[in-house]
Design a protein around this ligand. Structure first.
Ligand code: UDP
Ligand code: MG
Length: 158
């Protein structure tokens, strides 16, 4: 159990379909803390770096093209076990197979245009956050007044 930060991307289909507010609200309502957010048409080079681990895969060129075709919202979210919590909320990669109740399962029908990205581990979270938010100056350190109601502070944030 550790306080983590994770990178979330609301992909071009989420922005084009007007689902930014809906998806962001799910993370807020869950109790994850928003610590950085930007909407931008990022250059292909940003996604080439972001998807570097998939470089050898056949879907890589199309993936980079899709991600750089239209604006994306980048979020940094913080919370206890935030990486795993966000991954669970996203659902399976193929939206058609993603469980109901997940973002992909409730809002999407596509394998590739699957609305949302979330870091899959502490190392990828660190490098992905650096890719989208540079140094820590773009990330806000703040304490929501709701924190002691979201967590048992003595047990979970000690
Ligand atoms: N993707 C794709 N075809 C595939 C596998 C993946 O288009 O056969 C895309 C899809 O948008 C996915 C992204 O590449 O979200 C990264 O793949 P990964 O396996 O890391 O899935 P994720 O972690 O996003 O669930
Ligand atoms: Mg992944």
């Amino acid at each position: 159990m550790a306080v983590q930060r994770t990178l979330v991307l609301l992909k071009p289909d989420a922005v084009q379909r007007g689902l930014v507010g809906t998806i962001l609200a799910r993370f807020e309502h869950k109790g994850l803390k928003l610590v950085a957010m930007k909407l931008r048409s990022f250059p292909a080079s940003t996604f080439e770096r972001h998807y570097e681990p998939h470089k050898a895969k056949p879907f890589y060129p199309g993936l980079v093209k899709y991600m750089s075709s239209s604006p994306v919202v980048a979020l940094a979210l913080e919370g206890v076990d935030a990486i795993e919590v966000v991954r669970g909320m996203m659902g399976a990669t193929n939206s058609r197979k993603a469980a109901p109740g997940t973002i992909r399962g409730d809002l999407g029908m596509s394998f590739s245009n699957n609305l949302v990205h979330g870091s899959d581990g502490p190392e990828s979270a660190a490098s992905e956050l650096a890719n989208f938010f540079g140094d820590c100056a773009e990330v806000c350190n703040w304490t929501p007044i709701s924190t002691p109601w979201i967590y048992n502070v003595a047990e979970e944030l000690a």
